[in-house]
Every structure is written in C-alpha cells, then in structure tokens.
Ligand binder design. Structure first.
Ligand code: AMP
Length: 437
C-alpha cells in the first residue's frame, strides 16, 4: 500500500472533481457505501472470481462476524440498493478506496481508488450509451486522447448459458494445451479463460466460439442500438468479440477502456456492463442495471504516459511576512482566510530575506510585508510575486483597505493551463484556473 503525498494527492482530488462534474451533468448522485461489509455481501456477488476467492482482506471482528474490506464498490452499492429500495431509476456515482491482496506491481496495488456509476431500474440501450459517453467525456476532460473503448454483447442469460457451455466444451478439448492457471480457471469459470493474456493460451482463445453466434434477436437489437447510439454521439469503439466478464449476472453490453499509452498488461483503466441478477443475489427483486468502475491509479499513469493532466499546485493568493512580532501575521492571515482569500505565513520569525525566500517557495501571488514602518503607519506592503501585469507594482496599502484592495483581483483569473490541448474547448477545464477568491 502506498502513501499519497502532495502534490499527487491534489491531482487525485482534481481528477475526482472532474469525474463528479461529468456525473452531475448527467443527473447522477453520490452514494457512499461503507469501507467494509459482511463477507457474504462480496461472496454473493463474486463467488467465482479471484478478487473474491483469493484477494480479499477478510477477518473475524470482535462480534465473531466475518468482515471484508471492500475489493470493489458494486457489491456494497447493490446491498445498499436492496436495503433502502430507492425510487427507480436510481442513478448513482461513487468514488472510493478498495483493497485487494494482489501481487503489487506498477498499476496494480493492494490499495487503489475507483470511480464509478451504477444506473438501476431501466432496461434501455440508451442508458448503456449514457454511461459510456459519460466516461468518455471524463477521459476527454483530462486531456486523454489514446483511450480505446472495447465493446461486446454477452447476450441474455440463456444465450450466455449456451455460449458458456460451448466455450467449456471447446476448452475442455484443448485443456492440456492451456496454461496451468487457465486450466484451473476452466473448472471454475470457463468464460474467464477468454480473459487470459498468457502467451500459451492465445491461439486457443483466438479459435474459441464467438458469442455473437449465440445472441438472441432481442440481444442483437439491444447491442445494435448501443452501437448506433455511440456512433451518433461520436464515441468511437472497437468491437471485441473476446471481451467477456466472468460473472453470472452480466448480460448484454460489456465494455472496457484501454489506455493505449500503457503496457498491455496494465492498460485496462476501467470496465463495466449491464447486469440483472445482482439485486437478486442480494435478496432484492430482479432489477435491470448498468454500471462501470474506473481505476484512478491507472488513469493517472495513462495521463503521465500521454503527458496530460499535470499537477498545478493550488494557487496561494497571499504570503504574509511579519518581521516584527508575528502578531500582525497571525491576525492578517486569519482576516484574509475568513474573507475567502487564501493566505499562508512564515512561523517563528526570521530575517526579511529568509522570509522572502519562503514567500517565493510558496508560489503565492502577493507577498504581504509588515515591518516596523508598516506597523507604525497601520499599513502593509503588497508585493506582486508572479510578474503579472494585472497585479500592479509594489505598493503600500492601509490595513483598513486591505480586503477591498485584494478583492479587486477576485474577478480576474490567473490561468494555470493544465490541458495541453487548448483546441478542445469542450475539455478545457475552467476549474483549473486559480482565482483570487
Ligand atoms: P475491476 O473491478 O477488476 O473490473 O477493475 C476496474 C478497474 O479498476 C480496472 O480497469 C483497473 O483500472 C482498476 N483496478 C483493478 N484492480 C486494481 C489494482 N489492484 N490496482 C490498481 N487499479 C486496479
């Protein structure tokens, strides 16, 4: 597990903010499930997956209840849905930390963050299009360009059963040519073998039956409407007939986002699909649903690889330098902050020179200086630090006029350009400019 320190922590927060903006634009509201749940919640959802069988941090608590730290968010969200029975459609987003006891490597951590949405209670292909285009607008808002959407349909439950059986029989016939890991997976969950990226499995997977040949007419219609919706919105995609999700409750649409700038072993930055049996698995009524989960850590790696979404430290407006007693620094920083103007200061005194150094390092727009002269005159010296013409020259300002003097800048923004594709006005982010207040 890693510590997330500044400035990376600010970058993550900004990433979440961009995601939330997209969710709110589309009418999704936040759901906050607990970080741990009764172990059964996860078992009911993912009994046949590695995530649940091998990678969960589970333990027995002081009440002798078997508990697990969540390895993903959907199970908790579905448990909450069944418990609270909200009005349908229920469109929610989440952001949170998950835990999986995996072998840590680049892009794969034991503690990682996901962003996601779930939309429940509507069986409409347009909703599939809605969430896919939401994710795609989110990636664009970060400046990411090399994200491929892979999409497939798994059909209805019956289509899927027939297909799974066909895959099982096919793989059984080639059982001993498969990697050992895939042989084990085959017993538990034949479709998951198709996910294998191992070299020895590749050819066998390539010749496996295709789900498209098992789709009912309804499923094929639904899929066609999803694709034509994406076409209409200009969301490009690649159909991938090998894209499966190994869980029983997935049906129809399934998709994954791959960051082309990353190595193929860790380039999955998110995935999702349509499901029906999830609410039932939690003891609720059968409910249509569609959702996705995106991996924050990998999205940031993809941003690094594309050289986009660089971190700009939050702009500090004022750095207060007090060479007298520190009383004025204490009081003025408080006064500024209370007025909504960000301010920091030097503690423990120090010479004018060393305090100016601190002001420089802080990246503040103005240094506000109080020496003997200023104190006697009940004034401060305001020194612009960034060379912005708009900030004017160094000047003396009466303490009584300080707030109004600084608020003059509140309508001006100093743009911290973090989107390297300014031509993309749709993805330019106005929230990344530092405003004075
Ligand atoms: P999953 O819940 O396994 O479908 O994962 C959804 C997304 O979460 C993946 O596409 C990854 O981007 C991310 N993810 C899953 N596991 C990890 C992990 N151990 N470390 C970092 N990101 C992960």
């Amino acid at each position: 597990m890693r510590d997330i320190l500044p400035p990376e922590s600010a970058r993550r927060r900004e990433l979440t903010k961009q995601f939330v903006t997209q969710c709110e634009l589309a009418g999704y509201h936040e759901v906050v499930p607990p970080l741990l749940e009764d172990l059964g919640v996860f078992l009911r959802v993912g009994e046949a997956t590695d995530v649940v069988t091998k990678e969960m941090y589970d333990f027995v608590d002081k009440d002798q209840t078997r508990i697990a730290l969540r390895p993903e968010m959907t199970a908790g969200v579905m448990r909450a849905f069944v418990q609270h029975r909200p009005v349908l459609p229920w469109k929610v987003w989440y952001a949170g930390t998950n835990f999986r006891h995996e072998r840590p490597q680049k892009g794969r951590y034991r503690m990682f963050d996901q962003l996601g949405v779930e939309a429940l209670g509507v069986d409409d292909a347009d909703l599939d299009v809605e969430i896919i285009s939401l994710a795609s607008r989110f990636f664009a808002s970060l400046g990411l360009r090399q994200v491929t959407l892979l999409i497939n349909s798994l059909g209805e439950h019956e289509d899927r059963e027939q297909y799974t059986e066909a895959v099982r029989l096919y793989l059984l016939a080639h059982q001993y040519e498969l990697s050992e890991a895939s042989q084990a997976t085959l017993e538990r969950n034949p479709l998951r073998v198709l996910d294998s990226k191992r070299e020895e499995d590749r050819q066998i997977i390539a010749d496996a039956p295709l789900v498209a040949d098992y789709l009912s007419e309804d499923s094929a219609d639904h899929y066609a409407r999803v694709l034509s919706g994406l076409d209409s919105l200009g969301v490009s995609y690649t159909e991938d007939p090998r894209l499966v999700r190994g869980l029983d409750y997935y049906r129809r649409t399934t998709f994954e986002f791959a960051a082309e700038a990353l190595d193929s072993a860790q380039n999955a930055i998110g995935g999702g699909g349509r499901y029906d049996g999830l609410a039932e698995a939690m003891g609720g009524p059968a409910t249509d649903g569609v959702g996705f989960a995106l991996g924050v850590d990998r999205i940031l790696l993809a941003c690094d690889a594309e050289g986009v979404f660089a971190t700009e430290p939050t702009m500090l407006n004022v750095f207060v330098i007090d060479t007298v007693s520190g009383d004025a620094a204490r009081d003025i920083t408080h006064q500024l902050r209370a007025a909504g103007i960000s301010a920091d200061r030097r503690f423990g005194g120090g010479s004018m020179k060393s305090q100016m150094k601190s002001a420089d390092r802080s990246g503040a727009r103005f240094a506000l200086i109080i020496g003997e002269d200023e104190l006697a005159a009940d004034e401060v010296t305001l020194r612009p630090m960034l060379g912005n013409k708009a900030d004017g020259e160094q000047r003396r300002v009466a303490r009584a006029d300080l707030l109004s003097e600084l608020s003059r800048y509140s309508s001006q923004t100093v743009t911290n350009q973090i989107n390297p594709h300014p031509a993309d006005s749709a993805s330019a982010d106005p929230t990344n400019s530092g405003t004075l207040t």
